[in-house]
Design a protein around this ligand. Structure first.
Ligand code: CA
Ligand code: CA
Ligand code: CA
Ligand code: CA
Length: 301
């Protein structure tokens, strides 16, 4: 977490900067703090924290490291609460109900030591924690989902140098199995895991920030069985796909779009891979707050 203040200033000064730290297009001015280890673009954490069946936004403050929950009713902000502050060196890699008490929990990843930890929450309050497994070099957690249908959230890992994905089957904080998953095409990163074709299997939502293209990779377990392009996000390097969740309660996962330069959000309602409607979402406040763990932790190096 070196040069944090400088990084924060750069982020506000250069709206495009964080996009360009994708491992390909680092701006010279920030090249000294760019990481070659992480090619992930911003991805948001969107899940139902207060148990009303509606997805909420998790916000992160890059200056204070505090988290916050914005409770939503579809695309409308109906309340908020501050959440726990992350320790230096740790990034929030995912949220799921790991101990199955009905409340989503934080999956934390230490980019230096590669250790993981689970923070068990009751809504926005941390009530307990546990250590998780240490990841092998080159890998980072990028999503969670129940891929083997045992009711327990599993971890999707990604290796930026090989573009390989992997699944770690978990029982709470204990790894009980592992297998390699599909290799992502160049330029694409995972923005979410959801069942787009509603066959009971989680699918990958992929996004290419340099073209705005999205794609759904339909999986059966970890095997890719089909693929389809989704809608293309307009305004390359302006709006980006950052998460997926079902906002309008029709059982179909939708896209969350985010404009990092202004904090604006939008929901694109989908039917499988087809864009059927749009709505503006709440705007993330200034003062260091972001909808995403910006640049997948590249600021941590
Ligand atoms: Ca829990
Ligand atoms: Ca599972
Ligand atoms: Ca599916
Ligand atoms: Ca929906």
């Amino acid at each position: 977490m070196k040069n944090k203040q400088a990084e924060t200033k750069l982020r506000s000064d250069i709206g495009l900067a964080r996009h360009l730290i994708s491992g390909v297009l680092c701006l010279a001015v920030i090249s000294l703090i760019c990481s070659s280890a992480s090619a992930q673009l911003p991805r948001a954490i969107v899940t139902d924290f207060n148990g009303d069946g509606k997805p909420d936004y998790l916000l992160y403050n890059v200056s204070t490291r505090q988290t916050a929950i914005w409770y939503l009713n579809n695309n409308v902000h109906i309340g908020g609460a501050l959440g726990p502050t992350l320790p230096v060196g740790w990034e929030l890699a995912g949220v799921a109900d790991f101990n199955r008490d009905g409340h989503p929990d934080y999956l934390l990843f230490n980019t230096a030591t590669r250790q993981t930890a689970l923070w068990y929450l009751n809504k926005n309050v941390r009530i307990a924690f546990a250590s998780g497994p240490t990841l092998p070099s080159g890998w980072e957690p990028v999503a969670t989902g129940d891929f083997n249908k045992d009711g327990r959230p599993d971890w999707v890992l990604y290796n930026a140098s090989t573009q390989q994905t992997a699944l770690w089957y978990m029982s709470n904080n204990v790894r009980i199995g592992a297998t390699l998953g599909p290799i992502l095409p160049t330029g694409y990163s995972i923005k979410g895991v959801a069942d787009f074709n509603r066959d009971g299997h989680p699918d990958y939502a992929l996004f290419n920030a340099s073209t705005g293209r999205t794609a759904i990779w339909y999986l059966a377990g970890v095997t890719r069985i089909a693929a389809a392009y989704g809608p293309t996000i307009p305004g390359v390097w302006v709006w980006e796909l950052v998460a997926t969740a079902d906002f309008n309660g029709d059982g179909k996962p939708d896209y969350v779009l985010y404009k990092g330069t202004t904090g604006q959000t939008a929901i694109w309602y989908l039917s499988n891979n087809v864009h059927i409607a749009s709505a503006a979402g709440p705007t993330v406040p200034a003062g260091g707050w972001s909808l995403a763990e910006v640049c997948g932790g590249c600021w941590d190096y």
